[in-house]
Design a protein around this ligand. Structure first.
Ligand code: HEC
Length: 163
């Protein structure tokens, strides 16, 4: 009896670990950019900031209607993807600021029914290396504490560009 319990227990642990690996691997950077539009840019020259860099944000078609609406209390549909290409901040001799090498890509995908993302507002927060591999981060600590106060806009901070 004890043996059976042990086997079941080990089996469960294995399943859990496989689940963790799968959930980590089932995200990848979009390769079809025709479904994405640039929505805004953020430049953080302060090297001490956790989000130091020049960020170019993109959004897929799925989330565009909600993003551009001026309704209070937004809710993005599942499958909405925002991602931000993060570039080095380069100060030129003229004193201008321009983007350097790509250093990372930040990514949010709405999956409201996924258990794994309930403590990050129904969004999967991921950070990619420039080669597309997933960085090992804790989405709560590394990302969500900044996005959390923006509950009214479904934890999205960006606002549409002025026309
Ligand atoms: C220091 C606060 C802070 C942290 C930490 C942070 N973000 Fe953000 N994030 C922002 C701000 C501010 C914006 C909006 C920028 C703008 O308005 O252009 C943003 C925007 C985004 C966007 C575009 C959609 C949106 O909400 O506007 C994505 C995607 C994103 N962040 C992902 C991440 C990921 C992934 C992490 C963790 C690796 C992370 N962020 C950590 C502050 C933060």
């Amino acid at each position: 009896m004890i043996k059976t319990t042990k086997i079941i227990f080990i089996g469960l642990i294995c399943l859990f670990m496989v689940g963790m690996v799968i959930s980590r691997q089932d995200v990848e950077l979009p390769d079809d950019m025709s479904k994405f539009s640039h929505v805004n840019t953020l430049a953080v020259p302060d090297e001490e900031s956790p989000i130091h860099g020049i960020h170019q944000f993109y959004l897929n078609e799925k989330g565009m209607e909600v993003f551009t609406s001026d309704k209070e209390g937004k809710k993005y549909p599942d499958g909405t993807i925002f991602f931000g290409r993060v570039y080095k901040v380069v100060k030129t001799d003229e004193g201008w600021i321009k983007e350097g090498d790509l250093v990372a890509v930040t990514y949010m995908r709405k999956e409201s029914d996924s258990e794994a993302v309930q403590n990050t507002g129904g969004w999967r927060f991921v950070m990619f290396n420039p080669d597309g591999s997933v960085k090992d981060i804790d989405p709560q600590k590394a990302c969500f504490h900044c996005h959390k106060p923006h509950e009214k806009s479904d934890f999205v901070i960006s606002t549409p560009l002025q026309k």
